[in-house]
Ligand binder design. Structure first.
Ligand SMILES: Cc1cc2nc3c(=O)[nH]c(=O)nc-3n(C[C@H](O)[C@H](O)[C@H](O)COP(=O)(O)OP(=O)(O)OC[C@H]3O[C@@H](n4cnc5c(N)ncnc54)[C@H](O)[C@@H]3O)c2cc1C
Length: 255
């Protein structure tokens, strides 16, 4: 089974540049999008049960090569970095185009794509639907369980019910928070991973049309970002919380 996990590199702390309205990425520590590591754990479990390959694909600046190389210690067999100045400024549809075209070209016999429901920074949650549409494969979001039988069995826990889906492969599934406790380092993979390196592809190899990628391939543009200032005065209540709350609500005329 060939399982692809899309892994986004995100800033550990989200700060917006007031001038440009963009997320500040300079001098901020990069981390893996936490939900993608949950998706990776689902992929690792499926690989353990059925064999095959676990492959990470990320579109990120070249400098993230070092962070991405740490994915091997979680049991990834291949880590693919898509990087090119031509990809810069991509909105969600242009990002989805780069990722899905690269998967089609580099892993044509993939069975399953796993990803987080949303990223920590952009957090649009649009990538799954867009990639599935571009690849013409079924898609289920907010998965709370991923199992493989004769076909792929997905569960989505709702507040008062559980929805079950049966999908034909290849398919794309995005996972929700709480699906598992995260992926852990495997000692064998840690040793084995030292011999492996990240595969880097630019648009020279991918040959994607310029009008579909980067700024020219983007159909949306962020015009303005307004940062909401949170009130700085907060009262820390240590004891008698219920009484304080009642007094506060009474004073405010709510009760
Ligand atoms: C209108 C608009 C304009 C933008 N302009 C710019 C810009 O000029 N410059 C810029 O740097 N960014 C820009 N962005 C942000 C960039 O487009 C997003 O990072 C990207 O589209 C992914 O969107 P998301 O993070 O909301 O994905 P979501 O749909 O929230 O993410 C879902 C999943 O998709 C996967 N995924 C998402 N992005 C990647 C990735 N790069 N590699 C691997 N997997 C991934 C992950 O598995 C993630 O869990 C823009 C976004 C928007 C909405």
């Amino acid at each position: 089974m060939k399982i692809v996990v899309t892994v986004k590199v995100v800033p550990e702390e989200i700060k917006i540049d007031k001038e440009t309205g963009r997320v500040v990425r300079e001098n901020v520590k990069s981390i893996f999008n936490p939900l993608d590591l949950l998706a990776a754990e689902e992929g690792r479990k499926l690989k353990e049960e059925f064999g095959g390959e676990l492959i990470a694909v990320s579109m990120a600046p070249l400098k993230e090569n070092e962070l991405l190389s740490t994915l091997f210690k979680y049991g990834f067999d291949r880590v693919i970095l898509l990087t090119d100045r031509a990809f810069a400024g991509s909105d969600t549809i242009a990002t989805a185009f780069v990722l899905s075209s690269a998967i089609k070209k580099l892993i044509p016999d993939y069975d399953l794509i796993l990803q987080g429901d949303y990223s920590l920074d952009g957090a649009t949650g649009q990538l799954g639907g867009e990639m599935a549409a571009l690849l013409d494969i079924p898609f289920v979001s907010q998965a709370s369980s991923v199992k493989m039988d004769k076909s792929l069995q997905i569960e989505r826990s709702r507040e008062e019910s559980i929805e079950g889906y049966t999908l034909k492969l290849p398919a794309l599934v995005s996972v929700r928070r709480g699906i598992n406790n995260g992926i852990t380092v495997n000692l064998f993979s840690l040793m084995d991973g030292r011999k492996k390196s990240v595969e880097i592809y630019t648009n020279k190899e991918l040959k994607l049309p310029e009008e579909r990628i980067g700024k020219s391939g983007s159909k949306t543009e962020v015009i303005n970002v307004i940062q909401v200032e949170l009130p700085s005065s907060a009262e820390l209540i240590k004891d008698n919380g219920a009484k304080h709350l009642m007094d506060f609500l009474e004073k405010a005329g709510v009760i």
